[in-house]
Design a protein around this ligand. Structure first.
Ligand SMILES: Cc1ncc(C[n+]2csc(CCOP(=O)(O)OP(=O)(O)O)c2C)c(N)n1
Ligand code: SF4
Length: 293
C-alpha cells in the first residue's frame, strides 16, 4: 500500500477483536481461525496490507474475530467482492473465506471464472459438506445418498469436488488441508498468499452439530499426505489425485501449482500505481449518451 494511504490507516496492533466466536464447541472453524491468525502474525498481515472477505454461513463469522479490514458479502458473492478489492488495490493480500454452500452453490459461477482469470487472491473454501448456518441441509459437496433434513431419504445428487473443479477451471495453485492440522494449514495459507495468481485452498472440517459422517475421526482415518516426490506441476496427475475421495483416500497437500501471469499483472492500468490512486480526466460523455439520429 502506498505511504499516503498507509498514513491515514491506523495499523492494528494485534489481531484480536472484542468478539468471541459463537461457533459450536468442536467446530472446525476454530482451527481455521487459529491457523489464519498464526499465519498473519508470522507474515505481518495487518489492516494496511491485507483484506478479508467472507460469504454468508458459519465460515463467514471468521471476519468478526480477526482485526483486519473485512467485508462479509452476500451469500455466494464473496469472490466478486474479493476480486473487486484486488483490482482497486492490487498491492493488498486478499483472502476470501467461503463455504461449500456459498462457493459451490450460489457462488459456483464466480468460482469458475475467478479460477479462469487467475486473479491474485487466496480463496479459503471451508468444506464441511453441509449448510451449517441454516442448521444442516444438503450442500453441493454432500455425498450421494447423504441424509439431512432437506434430503431425509438420501441425497439424489452427486457431489461437486472443489479440487478437480479448480484445476479444470484454470486455477494455478490448488491445495487441500484438514482444519485440525493447524501447523500445515498455517504454512499453506502463507504459501497460497505468496503464490502469484489464484490460490484455492480447500479446508475440510467437521460440522459437529449437523454432519455426523465427516467428523474428526473420519479425517483422521481417511486422509493421507501427498508424497514428497509428487510433481505439483503435472496437471494430468493432479487431476487424477484430485478425483480421489473416499475411504482411506482423501489426499492432503498441494495438488497443482503453475507459474502464469496473474490477471492483475496483465491489466495496463495497474502497471504504474494502484487503481485507487489513478487520476481521471474530466471527460464530457454527453455525446456518447446522445441518441444517434
Ligand atoms: C442469497 C441467499 N441465499 C440463501 C441464503 C441462506 N443461507 C445462508 S447461509 C446458507 C448456507 C451456508 O452453508 P455454507 O456456505 O456451506 O456455510 P457453513 O454455514 O456451512 O459454514 C444459506 C443457504 C442467504 N442468506 N442468502
Ligand atoms: S453449525 Fe456446524 S459449521 Fe456451524 S458453528 Fe456449528 S459446528 Fe460449526
Amino acid at each position: 500500500m502506498t505511504d499516503q494511504i498507509a498514513s491515514i490507516t491506523p495499523v492494528a496492533t494485534d489481531l484480536n477483536t472484542p468478539c468471541s466466536p459463537t461457533w459450536c464447541p468442536g467446530c472446525g472453524n476454530f482451527a481455521i481461525l487459529s491457523a489464519f491468525k498464526k499465519a498473519a502474525t508470522q507474515e505481518g498481515w495487518n489492516n494496511t496490507n491485507t483484506s478479508m472477505v467472507a460469504g454468508i454461513g458459519c465460515h463467514g463469522h471468521i471476519v468478526n474475530y480477526v482485526k483486519l479490514t473485512s467485508v462479509e458479502g452476500l451469500h455466494g458473492r464473496a469472490i466478486p467482492v474479493g476480486t473487486g478489492i484486488k483490482m482497486a488495490n492490487h498491492e493488498l493480500n486478499v483472502f476470501v473465506f467461503t463455504g461449500d454452500g456459498d462457493c459451490m452453490g450460489e457462488g459456483g459461477n464466480h468460482f469458475i471464472h475467478a479460477c479462469r482469470r487467475n486473479h491474485d487472491i487466496t480463496i479459503v473454501l471451508h468444506n464441511n459438506n453441509i449448510y451449517g448456518l441454516t442448521t444442516g441441509q444438503t450442500s453441493p459437496t454432500s455425498p450421494h445418498n447423504f441424509k439431512t433434513k432437506s434430503t431425509p431419504d438420501g441425497n439424489p445428487d452427486y457431489p461437486l469436488l472443489p479440487v478437480p473443479l479448480a484445476i479444470a477451471s484454470g486455477a494455478t495453485f490448488v491445495a487441500r488441508e484438514y482444519a485440525g492440522n493447524v501447523k500445515e494449514l498455517t504454512e499453506l495459507l502463507i504459501r497460497a498468499n505468496s503464490h502469484k495468481g489464484i490460490s484455492i485452498l480447500e479446508v475440510v472440517l467437521p460440522c459437529v452439530s449437523f454432519n455426523k459422517e465427516f467428523g474428526a475421526e473420519f479425517f483422521k482415518e481417511n486422509t493421507y499426505r501427498l508424497p514428497e516426490d509428487y510433481d505439483v506441476t503435472d496437471k494430468v496427475a493432479a487431476f487424477a489425485k484430485a478425483l480421489e475421495w473416499g475411504s482411506h483416500q482423501v489426499p492432503l497437500g498441494v495438488f497443482y501449482e503453475e507459474a502464469k501471469p496473474s490477471y492483475e499483472s496483465e491489466i495496463p492500468q495497474l502497471q504504474h500505481n494502484i487503481l485507487l490512486e489513478n487520476t481521471y480526466m474530466d471527460r464530457d460523455v454527453t455525446g456518447l449518451l446522445r441518441k444517434q439520429g
